[in-house]
Structure formats: structure tokens, C-alpha cells
Design a protein around this ligand. Sequence first.
Ligand SMILES: C[S@@+](CC[C@H](N)C(=O)[O-])C[C@H]1O[C@@H](n2cnc3c(N)ncnc32)[C@H](O)[C@@H]1O
Length: 237
Amino acid sequence: MGKCHVNSFWHDPSVATSYTEASHDLAQDVGYPAVFAALGLGASDGPKNLLDYGCGAGHTAHAATRSFGVRVCAVDTSPAMLALARRQPHHLIDFRHTDDGDLGFLPDGSMDAAMCGFVFVCVPERERLGDICRDILRALRPGGKLAVWGADPATIGTANYDGWLTEPGPYSDGAAVRSRLRQADGSWVDVTDTFWTADTYRSVLSEAGFAPVTTATLPSNSPSDASGLILVTGEKP
Ligand SMILES: C[S@@+](CC[C@H](N)C(=O)[O-])C[C@H]1O[C@@H](n2cnc3c(N)ncnc32)[C@H](O)[C@@H]1O
């Protein structure tokens, strides 16, 4: 995979700390169960080796290992995020740094399943999303599934995400989303994310070679909360 533009925002240790300390209730309560079910974790023939692409501080990797005893290869481009992750080592989790998002260190077909949470919004080029999906596809065994998930595009710019404020939309595909992220000390830092439609999520997986590709939107557990998640799952033929 060619060199990519890596969003260096996440390399800032104070940003990494703030993101890690923020509330992740929606992800934990709604996202994790759906992602783990989509990947077949817990089934008798379920995945044993799981890739967490863009693992951040490793919350999702730890949750998967804790609940299902799976081995996780947790990969991120941010040394600051990985430094936080490595504060909580686990013998089943291998935290790996990659300079450019490349998974060249993983043999072809070595992973049973993969998850990629809240990473697409950090990637400003559509072509790059395709590179990421193709590299994950290569690392998966046939029949292995990829679950890509994050904030539901239909809610970005309208819903209130605790600790992540976005300027009101609507946004077009690939548009910069000006946002603010709450810091651990209560102050806010400006962030530029990228808006991708649900159709782009689906298309990049299909174009990379995943089939079938399915999409689900997952509302918050609280009816008064307009935030929600998108979960796109693809299978390696
Ligand atoms: C919003 S955080 C999400 C972290 C974690 N998946 C979670 O749900 O808590 C996005 C993470 O993706 C990482 N990232 C961004 N671009 C990446 C790329 N091309 N390859 C690997 N990681 C990337 C960032 O460094 C950051 O840790």
C-alpha cells in the first residue's frame, strides 16, 4: 500500500488523552454488542484472531478479549494513542504501530475477522479508504468479516455527541466537518473530520472486494438522544 496522509491530529498526546478519557457510552452500550455479533464473536466457530484497525487506546480490543477470549492485533498510526493503550497490557492483545496504516507485517489470510471503529471520519481521501479496505481484505482469511462502524452519517451535524460537537450540516460526501473535541480539562480543541455518506461506506467495502456488504444503523438506547451509529459489514469471499 502506498504512503498515505495520516491525520496527525491524533499524534498529539493531549488529544489522545482527552479522547480516551471522554465518555464512550454509545460505543460501548450500542456499538460493541452489534459489532461483536456481526463478526460472530462468541459463536462456537467464531473468530479467534481479530484485527482492530485504528484501535486508539484499545477500549474495543479489551472489550472483545474480556468477553470472548479472542487474540487481538490492535493497530494504530498514532504513537500517542498506542502509548495510552500500552498502559493496560494484555497477553492476548498485540498493540502494533504502523507509520502509514500499512498492514504489511500481517501475513495474507492471517486474521479471522476485523473491526474498524470511528476511523473513516479521520481519513480525508476516499481513495485511501479503499487502500485500507483492500489491505484488511488481504489480511483476512476467506469467509472472514470486516465491521466498519462509527457515527451514523445521518446524525452528523444534527445530533449531540457527548464530547464531540460538530458544526451543523448538511454535509456532502468527502466534506470537511468542523468539530470540537472536549479536553480532559474541560477546554475544547478544534478538529477537522471528514463526512462520508453511508453509500460511500458501503461502496468502498464492495469496491475493495468484500461481498456481501450489509449496512445497519443503530440508534442510541435513549429515545431523546438523536445520536446513533452506522455499522457496515463485509465478508471476504
Ligand atoms: C476516533 S479514534 C477511534 C479509536 C478507536 N477505534 C475507538 O473506537 O475508540 C481514531 C483512531 O484511528 C487512528 N487512525 C487514523 N487514521 C488511521 C490509519 N490510516 N491507519 C490506522 N489508524 C488510523 C487514529 O490514530 C485514532 O487512534
